[in-house]
Design a binder for this molecule. Sequence first.
Ligand code: UT7
Length: 326
Amino acid sequence: MRHATIIGTGRCLPEQVITNNDLASIVETSDEWITSRTGIKQRRISTGENTSDLAYKAGLRALERAGIGADVLDLIICATITPDSFMPSVACMVQDRLGAKKAAAFDLSAACTGLVYGMAVATSFIESGMFQTILVIGAETLSKVMDWTDRGTCVLFGDGAGAVVLQASEQKQGIRSMHMISDGSKQDYLSLSALPLLNPFVESGEQKITPYISMKGQEVFKFAVRTINDLIQKVLAKAELKEDDIKYVVAHQANYRIIEQAAKFAGIALDKFFVNLDLYGNTSAATIGIALDEMNEKKLLEPGDKIILVGFGGGMTSGAILVDWT
Ligand code: UT7
């Protein structure tokens, strides 16, 4: 059987650092409140680069780390809820800039679970024999969909991109198990409107949309803690492994208290959960790719390490992947 292995990771963060104190000068908040409720100390905010720019740079770095050229890519998937445009997709823009001439390319919308969903799709294409080498990117410029007068949301998010390159291998290694699930009945927990339905044939012209993220924070919090634990148990069972076999859990970086509680529920030591949300805040589809690239750079991952990637987000979507690191 063919397996999908991770052969490269990459990330790109905008230069501009915005601290909690910086935010306290534009909304009624404080470093103390943000730090104690979320663990976030700062985030990167783009002052010029759009989602495709960050996605391209993260993708290029992942290819460099993998030691391959863009010409071998069969597919590029970009997970994002903040594309430059509805059309063309960010993935097509990245394909052009990378010069990945033989690759198919499309965007995927699964909010903060986007990279995990993208990796699951890529793994299925690889295992089926359809494709050999796939670049999956999670990229966001959430700063353009923030209500910068709403202290309940604008302090949580940041901009950035993370990427992984997956390739087929005949060895029994790489992605060992996956689980994906969605619950559309909870769609009002996190939302971001697109264009209203307005055309000459619509009778009422009064359709207002708010082009910002809105969120039921406490509902998302409870959903996240429960879901992270459920998904960890699912991928462990599918891979026939136990909690003790896991070296690291790379959970979506939204709130340190979510990670703390999920670790307790899952019976996995908190220090096995990688955390960098203090530096970047919640970058939605990008968090897990950014974390993986940092871990790779810090040489935290060794061949044979079992790690779990677990995401949750608007939709509500959620998913996990258990990786046997190569
Ligand atoms: O990718 C998924 C993205 N979303 C999440 O993961 C969100 C999950 N939820 C959370 O992380 C937490 O629910 C929040 C951090 C968003 C909020 O924390 P909380 O402990 O649930 O606070 P809360 O919403 O119950 O608000 C408590 C108080 C309120 O004031 P009153 O009504 O008690 O007077 C808020 O108005 O804190 C106030 N508040 C703030 N105060 C200072 C809300 N945001 C802020 C702020 N600074 N930024």
